[in-house]
Design a binder for this molecule. Sequence first.
Ligand code: SF4
Length: 284
Amino acid sequence: MTLLLDNRQRAMLAEMGVRTDFLPAAPSDAIATRAPAEVAPASAQRVDTLAQAATPPAPSIPLAQAQPLASLASTAVSELGWEALEQSVRACQACGLCKTRKNTVFGVGAPAAGPGLAPRADWLIVGEAPGENEDLQGEPFVGQAGRLLDNMLKAMGLSRRAQGAPQDSVYILNVLKCRPPGNRNPQPEELLQCAPFLERQVALLQPKIIVAMGRFAVQSLLKDSVPQVESIPLGKLRGQIYNYRGIPVVVTYHPAYLLRSLAEKAKAWADLCLALGRARRPQD
Ligand code: SF4
């Protein structure tokens, strides 16, 4: 599939620090993306460690081996509506992060489709965990990384503030709803405890496509469909379309990591082109 870049998108990419001259380019003004290899479902950095995402096997995160603390009743969560889900997150004490958080960070983006209903957004961006600013403001992806994400979205014609049609709208959330102290990596048991909230958010949002940003987001979404995903470097997972509960998933780097690496910004843009191509494809 070929995606044409207009001047506005080029300007946004320049703002992102992506040099369009060395992007994989088709003749004239086009960016060619390779045809996505779809991965059939098997059944579906943090700032301080994001650099590891591109390096050979990151330390293993044995999500599958982690024992749930069994304090969060996932069956109950799976029946909650959007507003009740948000309240449930706000009140959650299922893991130790509740003791140090200032705010829970539920998500942000398109407005609710109606009273008590989930937002209508075709795009779901899934990050990792709140950092200091996110914890203070109760919103994901704020600060420098958030601005970069907003520019990436603008380059695609999308916005977290879009009020209009679902295809232009985005919802943004993290796999963990509370900040790990000192921006340390999320622990497997924390990810496990928080997973029912993510699952329910995705079930209610029903986006057309999910973009997983960063190692822990990728592992959380692909742990059931990609064997030993925790031992595969993020760079090796890129370029394919995966599946999370029937929804296509594209893997890319976390914006906080991209702030440190110009070369990876170009790769991230290629990932977004892959996602755009999949999102625009007629429904199967
Ligand atoms: S991180 Fe998730 S599971 Fe832990 S207290 Fe916060 S909302 Fe609950």
